[in-house]
Each structure stands twice: as C-alpha cells, then as structure tokens.
Write a protein that binds this ligand. Structure first.
Ligand code: HEC
Length: 115
C-alpha cells in the first residue's frame, strides 16, 4: 500500500515537471507589481498592488494559488466573478483582482498570447 502511494506521488511529480518543461516560461512566484508593469499596461500601480494583495489574501484559502500565467485570460475573466463570490469580494475588489491577473499574465506571455 505504501509502495503504491509512493509511485503515485512520483507519477504526479513527473507529470507536473513535464508541464513546466514543456513551456519555456517560468511560473515561479506570484509576480510582484512594479511601476514599469503599471506603465506598460496603462493600469494604475495602486490598482495592481491592491489586486495582488487580494489575490494573496483571499484566493488560497480553499485551494492552491494558481500562477496568473498558467490560466488563459478568457478563463480568468470567466472564473474570477465566480470565485469573487466564493471569496466574498466587493465589485471593486473583483475588478482590481482581474486587472492584476490580466497584467501578471501578460508579463509572462506578452499581450497577444492566450496561453
Ligand atoms: C470558498 C472557497 C474558495 C475560495 C475562497 C476561492 N476558490 Fe477558487 N475554487 C473553489 C472551488 C470549489 C473550485 C472548483 C471549481 C468550481 O467550484 O467552480 C475553484 C476553482 C478555481 C479555479 C479553477 C482552477 C482550474 O484549474 O480549473 C481558479 C482559477 C480559481 N478557483 C481561482 C480563485 C481565485 C482567483 C480566488 C480568489 C478571488 C478563489 N479561487 C477563491 C473554491 C474557492
């Protein structure tokens, strides 16, 4: 039984690293907000900082925090309102969070990418 569990864990580990190897982008750490980032995407730095704060504070209580770059912008737009209800965010907080997620995604992939 213990042996089976170990094999399972190794299997999952390999599958996960395979995912990361398959992509040249790095998904390490949740991107910090910089003034450069705010300027590049034309979003207030304070808005992005609040968005990141919300993401750090409210979005990993039920499940692991997903790196913003790991999910397509379209999916973020769809899932964020749904999760905002779960996390009891205000409409403004939801907006700030979505700004941050979009910009953080673009930081990793570039604006035109849907990956
Ligand atoms: C009260 C618990 C709870 C909170 C708080 C919560 N989530 Fe979720 N989340 C879930 C559950 C349950 C699912 C599974 C799918 C569903 O219910 O839609 C999920 C699924 C997701 C998914 C889809 C994952 C995938 O790989 O398909 C994303 C992305 C996500 N949550 C992001 C967030 C964000 C962003 C926040 C913060 C605003 C958040 N979650 C807060 C419970 C929560």
């Amino acid at each position: 039984m213990i042996r089976v569990k170990k094999i399972l864990v190794i299997g999952i580990g390999l599958a996960a690293s395979g995912l990361f190897l398959g992509c040249a982008k790095s998904f390490k750490g949740i991107p910090e907000v910089t003034s450069q980032m705010a300027m590049n995407y034309g979003v207030e730095e304070a808005t992005l900082a609040r968005g990141r704060g919300i993401y750090m504070a409210h979005c990993a209580t039920c499940h692991e925090r997903v790196h913003p770059g790991e999910i397509d912008p379209e999916f973020w737009r769809g899932v964020t309102p749904h999760m905002a209800v779960k996390a009891k965010l205000t409409a403004e907080e939801q907006q700030q969070l979505l700004h941050y997620l979009m910009v953080a995604h673009a930081e990793v992939h570039g604006l035109d990418s849907e990956h």
